[in-house]
Write a protein that binds this ligand. Structure first.
Ligand code: FEO
Length: 166
């Protein structure tokens, strides 16, 4: 059984993960509109990953005999200035999510909630990966700029991403 405080914080995290899915789906839609089909696929898979994160927390609350409370999801921004703008906003967003996960861990530690602590360890590792992915995209875009043939090639590479649940 988890405490009310922990349950409330995890319910808010379900909402944050669902907002992340919305945000990346919105980036995917922007990329599709601009004919960056590979980036569109990459962000669509990212949105699926975020839904999977939300569902991990959702299932965890039930495993602990708690109650899920679904909150309203904010609308994400629909317009982006460039691929670099998407990538930088992704990194900025992931840093916020990392801070939220760390905040959940602070509560679990304070409450000596070892089960939640173990569940959150997966998310802490995942956030290292999430920030690294965003930084890599920024690095590649910095290297090639956002014009011409190189972008075409990078877009093709990005399009190879497939959703894998872990
Ligand atoms: Fe669910 Fe991108 O963190």
């Amino acid at each position: 059984m988890i405490s009310d405080k922990m349950q409330e914080a995890i319910n808010q995290q379900i909402n944050a993960e669902m907002f992340s899915a919305y945000l990346y789906l919105s980036m995917s839609a922007w990329c599709s509109d601009k004919r960056y089909d590979g980036f569109a696929q990459w962000f669509k898979v990212q949105a699926q990953e975020e839904m999977a994160h939300a569902m991990k927390f959702y299932d965890y609350i039930f495993e602990q005999g708690g109650q899920v409370k679904l909150l309203a999801i904010d609308a994400p921004k629909a317009k982006y200035a460039s691929l670099m703008d998407c990538a930088k906003k992704q990194l900025e967003h992931e840093k916020k999510v990392t801070a939220l996960i760390n905040g959940l861990m602070d509560i679990a530690k304070k409450e000596k909630d070892y089960a939640t602590d173990i569940t959150l360890q997966w998310f802490i590792s995942e956030q290292v990966e999430e920030e690294k992915n965003a930084e890599e995209i920024i690095g590649k875009l910095e290297m090639i700029g956002d014009t011409g043939r190189a972008i075409y090639m990078l877009d093709k590479e990005m399009g190879k991403r497939k959703f894998e649940e872990d």
